[in-house]
Design a protein around this ligand. Structure first.
Ligand code: DX5
Ligand code: ZN
Length: 219
């Protein structure tokens, strides 16, 4: 299993976004997590395609786009054209999630599906072999800087078992409230793609990134 860090730029300083991203690159990250919020599926609004285009120009990192938007089909094409490498959609936001997954795949990028903390794993059953990554939200989507929901750990473990039982090595990404002090716990449970926002984009961004990467590299 390969392990990846995906710093969420939602917690970056947008007036110095290029510098903040460069610091995560120097720290050794492989992915960059890009949270799109529409003010409908989640209460807040973040950023969309134009910012992604600018980010694409300054980095070769894998751009891991998390769409927290209603009916994401409307924007898949534009996010692909703007530079997304992986597009993850919410099960709860899609009219026909299998169709959306297919649409993303046809564009030639990787596809992920995600569920909110209260959505049961059972909804993922028919999708397990159709996606490259499953994102488990470990906070209610909408804001950075929230506390990790403790029940998430059992959910990660149960999902890894569901995948193993089917002979699948699909990536499990976790998002929300991940810090250095609960990182080992989510890795032990079976997560291998780690989103961290507020834990990375504060004080010394390069050092924070390196600290996370050191733990991941030991796996
Ligand atoms: C929340 C977003 C997260 C967020 C994580 O809706 O999906 O990616 O930026 O931030 P932290 O790591 O601060 O919980
Ligand atoms: Zn996210």
């Amino acid at each position: 299993m390969k392990y990846y860090l995906s710093p969420s730029i939602l917690s970056a300083d947008f007036a110095h976004l290029g510098d903040d991203i460069a610091a995560t690159e120097k720290g050794g990250t492989q992915y960059l997590h890009y949270d799109v919020m529409d003010g409908m599926f989640v209460p807040s609004i973040s950023f969309g395609m134009p910012v992604l285009k600018s980010v694409r120009k300054i980095t070769d990192l894998v751009l891991d786009v998390h769409l927290m938007i209603e009916d994401p089909d409307r924007y898949i094409d534009e996010f692909v054209k703007s530079g997304a490498d992986i597009i993850t959609v919410h099960y709860e936001a899609c009219k026909d999630v299998e169709k959306t997954i297919q649409m993303i795949r046809e564009k030639g990028v990787k596809v992920g599906v995600t569920i909110k903390p209260k959505t049961p794993l059972s909804v993922l059953e028919p999708l397990l072999d159709k996606v490259d990554m499953i994102l488990l939200m470990t906070v209610e989507p909408g804001f950075g800087g929230q506390a990790y929901i403790p029940e998430s750990t059992d959910k990660i473990r149960a999902l890894r078992k569901m995948l193993n039982d089917r002979g699948l090595t699909t990536d499990i990404e976790v998002d929300g409230g991940i810090k250095k002090d609960n990182l080992e716990m989510v890795l032990d449970a079976g997560a291998n793609v780690i989103v961290a926002g507020s834990a990375i984009f504060k004080d010394d961004i390069e050092k924070n990134t390196r600290d996370f990467m050191e733990i991941l590299k030991k796996r």
